[in-house]
Unconditional design. Structure first.
Length: 143
């Protein structure tokens, strides 16, 4: 999303009083690489900047949780290497495909859940840490 602040402001108008916005974003601007470009990301977010963005756009009680450790740290260099050879479609097309790049087919859902279970368990202790390839931010709309 090019104008993230405008998007959050728009989303806040669609929430009930005290409703919550939940977003998932890539972590750490210094890790921005070819895979980010390939899927149409405009930026990555440092934890403090993401919290400030939520607060600046009228959200309170902002919580930011880490995800992606350890598997994301293994996969991200691979994705960056593969993305160097990726076609360069318009950013709108790349953004529309974001989140589906190198994802398993829906028909493999149960197999994916089983295979990823150990990684989901391993990352739980790190949810409140800075060890992340992505953040989930939750903010409450001011009534």
């Amino acid at each position: 999303i090019e104008n993230d602040a405008a998007a959050l402001l728009t989303w806040s108008t669609r929430l009930r009083a005290n409703g919550h916005a939940v977003v998932s974003v890539p972590a750490w601007q210094h890790r921005f690489g070819p895979a980010d470009v390939s899927v149409g990301h405009y930026r990555r977010y440092d934890r403090d900047a993401l919290g400030e963005l939520f607060e600046r756009t009228g959200f309170q009680d902002v919580r930011i949780m880490a995800y992606g450790f350890p598997l994301g740290f293994v996969l991200q260099p691979i994705w960056n290497r593969l993305a160097k050879n990726d076609s360069h479609d318009a950013i709108e097309e790349r953004t529309a495909a974001s989140g589906r790049w190198f994802q398993p087919a829906d028909s493999l859902g149960i197999a994916t859940r089983i295979a990823s279970a150990p990684f989901r368990v391993i990352q739980r202790p790190f949810v409140r840490s800075d060890v992340a390839t992505g953040w989930v931010a939750i903010g409450r709309r001011v009534a």
